[in-house]
Design a protein around this ligand. Structure first.
Ligand SMILES: Nc1ncnc2c1ncn2[C@@H]1O[C@H](COP(=O)(O)OP(=O)(O)OP(=O)(O)O)[C@@H](O)[C@H]1O
Ligand SMILES: [Mg+2]
Length: 303
């Protein structure tokens, strides 16, 4: 039976955004909703599984695994959704183990007060995460990891407080300590700015996976999925994806990320007052127009 326990924010330690018991059906839907080449999903799942099958059994002097995966790619390509969905997939595959997903909120840890960020980061890893890992297999989502493990080589001592520098040091020290103590711990990190992540952090990653923009086939499927989701409420929208003109809609979305493609559908409904009042009236021309605008906005740096 699927457990569904999300601990409320108010009860969570500092720096933890959510604490979810796995498996979790919502996270399963999230994984399925990301349309991506099956090899990429398979690679991700295999590396994560290996973390739990190999690390408890093989010495770190043989395989220096840290239990850290990093997903990098443009904004809106599904990195955070994949990371959360992956946690659920792993729990499903390693059945019988009580697993948890902790989601770190990096912004709750940073502070302009001297020494505070470093202390908060150290406490989060050495206490909160260590305590969770001591209870059982734990997956920790480090979203926007460049905030926590900023590239020290690029930090200017004038513009950035020494504290940020030390926070990166603290993350690295803690990753080493936790990797040694808890083979049942897996970090899944994401970043839009891999060039802003410290090289020593990237070097500790067991896998750095590029999440690409959707290809032509994925664009078509994302658009069709979004339309079929709306068709439950507005049945005419469901007919659009079987029309001959649908190909032009999908082509117009090529080059956009998955988040923007889903938003194209919303802006297609907002192309005209009539469609806003009655979404059943939306046409393939509205979708092409909305996708073309989204691409122009991107080119001019608007969105
Ligand atoms: N490949 C995809 N297939 C289907 N939907 C996608 C895809 N990529 C993104 N999306 C949609 O875009 C939304 C945003 O995804 P998500 O937040 O996981 O992206 P992200 O890469 O973490 O973005 P950011 O880098 O801005 O944090 C999701 O809700 C999802 O519906
Ligand atoms: Mg994200």
């Amino acid at each position: 039976m699927t457990q569904f326990t999300i601990v409320k924010d108010a009860d969570l330690p500092k720096g933890i955004h959510s604490d979810i018991a796995l498996p979790n059906a919502d996270l399963g839907h999230l994984w399925d909703s990301i349309i991506l080449a099956s090899e990429i999903k398979e690679r991700l799942v295999s590396q994560a599984i290996l973390n739990f099958t190999i690390r408890p059994k093989v010495s770190r002097s043989v395989l220096p695994l840290h239990g850290v995966l990093l997903l990098v790619g443009p904004p809106g390509t599904g990195k955070t959704s994949l990371a959360k969905g992956l946690a659920n997939r792993i729990a499903e595959l390693l059945k019988g183990q009580k697993m948890r997903l902790l989601q770190v909120d990096p912004h709750a840890l940073t502070s302009s007060a001297m020494g505070k960020t470093q202390r908060a980061v150290s406490e989060l890893f050495s206490q909160t995460i260590a305590e969770a890992a001591a209870l059982g297999p734990t997956i920790v989502l480090l979203d926007e990891v460049e905030t926590l493990a900023a590239d020290r080589a690029k930090l200017s001592m004038d513009a950035n407080p020494v504290d940020v520098h030390r926070a990166t040091d603290a993350v690295l020290v803690q990753l080493d300590t936790l990797a040694e103590r808890f083979p049942n711990l897996l970090f899944v990190a994401t970043s839009n700015f891999p060039q802003a992540v410290d090289a020593a952090f990237t070097s500790r990653c067991d896998l750095v996976l590029q999440i690409p923009l959707p290809d032509a086939d994925a664009c078509r499927k994302i658009l069709a999925d979004c339309l079929s989701g709306l068709a439950g409420t507005f049945p005419n929208i469901g007919k659009l994806s079987s029309m001959p003109e649908f190909g032009a809609c999908a082509t117009a979305c090529e080059g956009l990320d998955g988040r923007t493609i889903r938003k194209v559908v919303v802006s297609a409904l907002a192309q005209r007052k009539e469609t806003a009042l009655n979404p059943n009236l939306v046409s393939t021309d509205d979708i092409v127009a909305a996708a073309t605008q989204a691409k122009m906005n991107r080119k001019s740096g608007g969105l």
